[in-house]
Design a protein around this ligand. Structure first.
Ligand SMILES: *[C@@H]1O[C@H](CO)[C@@H](O)[C@H](O)[C@H]1NC(C)=O
Length: 338
């Protein structure tokens, strides 16, 4: 009896240890020395990434093979965000001069323009999609944030007639395409985080007559390199990361969380170990965050974080339907956390 119990205990411990040991970052083949900031994971097999030098990467087998594409005519452009609809369909965003959004339906063989704006000062930061609805945000022109929306998987885009006002020197980072997220908050279903001179959460209204809600985040702010870079949303919970990218090991004011749709904010007991450009919920309690100084995991809803890698990544994304997290960064580096 005693022996059996001991054996069971040993078996239980071993399998738990194995489960933990299996969760690690594995670098997948990286074919091209470009900076990747856009990443969209359809499922555990299909992901797309995008970055500088007109580059798009695509895999349909979980990263065993990664196909690199250069979008013709866009060799000098930086695609800071991508939304993958499926293995054949994706939408990419080129930031400025002119700001352009392109779409492919044939696995990246051909691309067509679905949006273009050559307004001086126009700089697109990020896109977010919920099925066929999509939103793109851009840095302020005349102190008003730029917003356009699509209702047909990015085929056509309309500039919003409601554009929130920002402070001078406040803008959004185009560091990982994750500073705009959908929310279930009644009447305010899209959340945006800002940086620079101010770091705020801006909640966009479903009806323009409600106006937006802005709240200052307890993150480092006041310099061009500071503020919020990314937010993750899980029901009423929001986790925000950022910091100072010019001082990427500094943990001061690099993160905060809310459990009430962003009304009140707290800082973690043990914050992530440096500036972080992207954060993602893996489940209700587990989160992952990455930045140029490493990758951290939290198992308690974001209160405490532990460093799991000192490798640099710009973006981490959980499969929309699946369990794997993929990461991407500079030097064409693409990895999987599983
Ligand atoms: C990317 O573009 C830059 C400037 O146009 C060039 O110097 C660099 O060699 C390119 N990198 C790759 C990997 O093509």
């Amino acid at each position: 009896m005693k022996l059996k119990r001991l054996l069971l205990l040993v078996l239980t411990c071993t399998s738990t240890a194995n489960a933990i040991a299996q969760q690690q970052i594995t670098i997948l083949d990286s074919g091209r020395k470009v900076s990747i900031r856009g990443l969209s994971v359809v499922n555990d097999q299909v992901f797309w990434a995008s970055g500088s030098n007109g580059s798009v990467a695509r895999s349909v087998n979980g990263g065993k093979n990664i196909q690199w594409i250069t979008v013709p005519g866009y060799e000098q452009r930086d695609f800071r965000d991508i939304e993958a609809i499926d293995s054949n369909t994706a939408i990419i965003m080129a930031i400025a001069e002119p700001a352009v959004i392109l779409k492919t339906k044939d696995a990246g063989k051909s691309w067509y323009k679905v949006f273009e704006d050559s307004t001086a000062g126009m700089f697109l930061d990020a896109m977010d999609f919920i099925l066929k609805y999509g939103i793109v945000i851009g840095d302020p022109v005349n102190n008003k944030m730029f917003i356009a929306e699509t209702h047909d998987y990015g085929e056509t885009w309309q500039k919003n007639d409601y554009l929130p006002a920002l402070f001078t020197g406040e803008a959004m980072f185009a560091s990982s395409g994750t500073n705009i997220k959908g929310s279930r908050k009644p009447n305010y279903n899209r959340l945006i985080v800002t940086g620079g001179m101010k770091a705020r959460l801006i909640s966009l209204p479903v009806n323009r007559h409600l106006g937006d809600i802005q709240i200052v985040l307890p993150l480092v702010q006041g310099k061009e390199s500071t503020g919020a870079n990314s937010l993750a949303v899980y029901r009423k919970n929001i986790f925000v990361v950022g910091g100072d990218f010019a001082s990427d090991k500094d943990t001061t004011g690099n993160s905060a969380y809310s459990t009430d749709f962003g009304k009140t904010w707290r800082q973690p007991v043990t914050p992530p170990h440096g500036y972080r450009s992207c954060v993602e919920y893996i489940d209700s309690k587990k989160l992952i965050t990455c930045g140029t100084s490493g990758v951290d995991i939290s198992d308690d809803g974001g209160k405490n974080w532990h460093l799991i890698s000192t490798q640099s990544f710009h973006v981490c994304q959980l499969a929309k339907s699946g369990s794997k997290v993929f990461l991407a960064g500079s030097n064409g580096k693409i990895a999987v956390y599983e």
